[in-house]
Ligand binder design. Structure first.
Ligand code: PLP
Length: 351
């Protein structure tokens, strides 16, 4: 069979590893578990015999109330991973390109390559997306720009002024995707671009239920954009892409203000603890606006990863993100953070 060259060239996805009996802090999941409101709503489903609502109508209605927009501004996906393939399907022709950052989430590359586009990666400056570097890579064939805000794996974000500069620096024919998967964890200066979607028809904001609501296993995410763009993305969507449990759970999670608050508070406590400990150990890290932290261990990160794994915890070596001396760890419970620091100290002194 003549498998297409662009498909053959797709690098395999590198997931955070899960190993029975080891603490898992490798995929930025919620250490508090899942939104209790979501779990109890799902338990009330008494049958799965009917196809789910292909429009996720109730969920889109609730989202439109939350953000004071129209349901037509929302499209729901089987995780934001699924949604990430739709803009490429709509926009990328052979020879076109998409631009993103050098050290970022791999799905932007994946979605570009499956549609036979070229992915261009702009250097980050101090672990942060840089507008000038992105704009330097844009040309007449650029169809999409992906900004991960806050960025996975560095945890940094671009402020409102920089994103506006980006929007104003490129053609309005280029779709700007802002992935705000970790937006809830950002500080008071973090600006979500959801309220701006009607001001900029070429803007699409991506959100997930996997992190702040602790529902990664349900697979639920959504995109927010102007109605025309949503209508076109819709054409590439499978008819029943979001299962009933995800729709019901997601709807209930939106009301779980208490769980969101606790998750953010725990994250802030963990962040403070880990900063103190990393300062004590003299290790550099990026100040994070997300639920993970990226640490420069000044050694081959795979060796540090292996040592921490042997001691009982999976974290993320950042080689696949192009950062071979960095590790990324999800900010967990107090107990998990204490264990991590203990393991890390042993790992860096052993190697
Ligand atoms: C930046 C970013 N966007 C999107 C996703 C995917 O989220 P989902 O679970 O909704 O597919 C992740 C998952 O880790 C992520 O880090």
């Amino acid at each position: 069979m003549n498998i297409k060259e662009n498909i053959k060239g797709i690098p395999p996805y590198v997931p955070g590893i899960k190993i029975d009996g080891k603490e898992k802090l490798s995929s930025n999941e919620n250490p508090l578990g899942s939104s209790p409101k979501a779990i109890s709503a799902i338990k009330n489903i008494d049958s799965y015999s009917i196809y789910p609502d292909g429009s996720s109508s109730e969920l889109r209605d609730a989202l439109s109330n939350k953000y004071n927009l129209k349901p037509e501004n929302f499209i729901v996906g089987n995780g934001s991973d699924e949604i990430l393939t739709w803009p490429s399907l709509c926009l990328i022709n052979n020879g076109d390109n998409a631009v993103t950052g050098q050290n970022t989430f791999s799905e932007y590359t994946f979605s570009t390559l499956i549609t036979n586009g070229e992915i261009r990666k702009a250097p980050l400056i101090n672990g942060t997306f840089n507008v000038n570097e992105i704009v330097n890579l844009v040309d007449a064939k650029t169809k999409i720009i992906y900004v991960c805000n806050p960025n996975n794996p560095t945890g940094t974000y671009l402020p409102k002024s920089e994103i506006l500069k980006l929007i104003n620096s490129v053609s309005s024919e280029i779709l700007i995707v802002i992935d705000e998967a970790y937006g809830e964890y950002g500080d008071e200066n973090f600006y979500s671009f959801i309220p701006e979607i009607n001001n900029y028809p070429n803007l699409l904001v991506l959100k997930t239920f996997s992190k702040i609501y602790g529902l990664a296993s349900l697979r639920l995410g959504y995109a927010v954009a102007n109605e025309d763009l949503i209508l076109n993305l819709w054409k590439t969507k499978q008819p029943f892409n979001v299962n009933q449990a995800a729709q019901v759970g997601g709807l209930a999670a939106l009301d779980d203000i208490d769980f969101v608050k606790k998750s953010i508070e725990m994250n802030n406590r963990g962040k403070k603890y880990i900063y103190n400990e990393l300062n004590r150990l003299g290790l550099e890290y990026y100040e994070t606006q997300a639920n993970f932290i990226c640490i420069n261990v000044n050694k081959d990160c795979k060796e540090v990863y292996n040592s921490i794994l042997e001691q009982g915890m999976t974290i993320r070596p950042c080689t696949s993100f192009g950062l071979p001396t960095h590790i990324r760890i999800t900010i967990g419970t107090e107990e998990q953070m204490k264990k991590f620091i203990k393991y890390l100290e042993i790992a860096i002194s052993d190697i």
